[in-house]
Design a protein around this ligand. Structure first.
Ligand code: GLU
Length: 513
């Protein structure tokens, strides 16, 4: 039996989770569910300088909002707890020291000034890469160049030190990325990375590898920006003796600017007036507010559908997917190598598709609230009817109220072109006959009965209904096009309908007959 799939989403709480991070989490989740595997959440908070309060809660809330369920990890618990790296420092220290003991890493005492001086020296000598590596390490202050007693004495005296990886000088490092294929790197291109920092915390590289191993991760699915680190990670697996259970890698394509050239940035979002964060975020230091998909009115269903297709498609024409359909169709090997253009109009289109499918009761509260804030009375029933009438015409729930202008306000003017073309003697006759048929009105004033009343009145008056419908609409709304007219009348009610018809008869002049 093959090992069950275990993937992880491993964000760093350094600010609001970028929407690209949500896509990474989503691809991990889809893959895990598809394979009947598990999805872990690990918080990579070993860089204390970049820690931002509230960022971890934000991550959890964002994942919850889009419907990504975590099987194990931060916020859920599990057999490998703790899932916050800052609480696992002993684990990393043990592994780092083991590497030193096995001669695969070493202690280094160089100060920042000494490192700077080394870099300067190498740059002046036109060395190909000014870095701590197999050649330069022998000129520095570390446990390879210093006597063992000296090293011990310094450590006992509390002198700050780091642990560095002893990168081999000449070794080929290869990995087979599930999306990109073979990636080959020569170890001379990898420097002697710090594994354990002087504050006793691991760097990202060490902590990430140790945890992925201990947590039984089988597939590492993450952003393309980590591809350059992958050879180093392979090397670490080798040195730690875990190469045989090394996870498979899949590096996801970059998100590109809406125009398609260059990496998507916060600046693009600010200029374009669109969100690149799932939820609104208030910076705890500056108080600056960054907009979120949720607060901008995107539905979680639309957001995941949009994100799923940013870098992947099933090879069919299908565009609308529920989470379950995504799980069924998703294939890691179908993820594209090329960057994915962040087309916000497409996101709006998806939202439009999901808004029109929303139950009216879900959309009504926003309509009622906006209507009341604008000084109109609006019952929940009326708000629901308005939602039903107009949800197919908007991208966002909060746009429904603006679309409902002709419901809340009787026309103050009439479309001139339509009036000229359609307001003729027949129109006057039809509107008059319809008005007369509405007072009194038999039965409930709803679209169905209104429709019958209108058609009976037109038959009696000997007028072809098709010829006068635009004029009727003009009389009621001031324009020549709009949503279902019978429902519109139902919503504005009998009195208002009659009033509007009368007002039109008073104000519109027949220009030609
Ligand atoms: N902590 C890294 C990040 O914030 C995780 C990268 C990885 O998945 O290995 O993106």
């Amino acid at each position: 039996m093959s090992t069950p799939v275990r993937v992880r989403f491993a964000p760093s709480p350094t600010g609001p989770l970028h929407i690209g991070g949500v896509r990474t989490a989503l691809y991990n989740y889809l893959f895990a569910r598809k394979m009947g595997g598990q999805m872990l959440l690990r918080i990579e908070d070993t860089d204390q300088n970049r820690f931002v309060p509230g960022a971890e809660e934000y991550i959890l809330e964002a994942l919850r909002w889009v419907g990504i369920e975590i099987d194990e990890g931060q916020g859920t618990g599990g057999p490998h707890a703790p899932y916050r790296q800052s609480e696992r420092r002993d684990i990393y220290q043990k592994e780092a020291r083991r590497l030193v003991d096995e001669g695969k890493a070493y202690y280094a005492f160089d100060t920042a000034e000494e490192l700077d001086a080394m870099r300067k020296r190498l740059e002046e000598a036109n060395a190909p890469a000014a870095q701590y590596n197999a050649i330069t390490r022998m000129q520095m202050r570390n446990s390879l160049t210093m006597k063992a007693d000296d090293v011990r004495a310094r450590m006992e005296a509390g002198e700050p030190y780091v642990i560095r990886l002893k990168t081999p000088r000449k070794e080929e490092v290869r990995l087979n990325d599930l999306i990109r294929g073979w990636v080959n790197v020569h170890s001379s291109a990898i420097d002697d990375k710090v594994l354990l920092k002087s504050d006793g915390l691991p760097t990202y590289h060490l902590a990430n590898i140790v945890d992925d191993h201990l947590m039984g991760i089988t597939h590492v699915i993450r952003g393309e920006e980590w591809l350059p680190s992958a050879p180093l990670h392979v090397l670490l697996y080798r040195y730690l003796g875990w190469e045989s259970t090394m996870p498979q890698f899949a590096h996801l394509p970059l998100l590109l600017k809406p125009e398609g050239n260059g990496k998507l940035s916060k600046r693009d979002a600010d200029l374009g007036g669109f969100p690149i964060f799932p939820l609104q975020w208030t910076d705890p230091v500056t108080g600056q507010v960054a907009r979120g998909f949720r607060e901008d009115g995107y539905l979680p269903e639309a957001t995941i559908n949009f994100l799923a297709l940013l870098g992947w498609n099933p090879g069919t024409e299908q565009e609308l997917f529920t989470m379950d359909e995504l799980i069924a169709s998703f294939e890691l090997t179908q993820v594209h190598k090329a960057g994915a253009r962040f087309d916000i109009q497409k996101a709006q289109w998806f939202n439009h598709q999901y808004i029109r499918q929303q139950p009216d009761t879900a959309l009504a509260p926003a309509v009622q609230q906006q209507a009341e804030a604008a000084g109109f009375s609006c019952s929940p029933e009326k708000a629901e009817k308005i939602a039903a009438l107009l949800k197919g015409r908007v991208n966002f729930a909060q746009e429904i109220f603006a679309e409902a202008d002709t419901i809340f306000n009787a026309p103050t003017s009439y479309d001139e072109a339509i009036a000229t073309a359609k307001w003729n003697d027949d129109a006057v006759k039809a509107v008059t006959a319809f008005r007369d048929a509405l007072i009194p009105f038999d039965g409930e004033f709803v679209a169905e009965t209104i429709k019958h009343t209108l058609s009976d009145a037109m038959t009696q008056a000997g007028i072809k209904q098709g010829k006068i419908m635009q004029a009727m609409r003009l009389a009621l709304t001031g324009s020549g096009a709009g949503p279902d007219l019978m429902l519109t009348m139902e919503i504005i009610g009998q009195d208002e309908t009659v009033k509007r018809l009368e007002k039109a008869l008073d104000n519109l002049k027949v220009l030609k007959s």
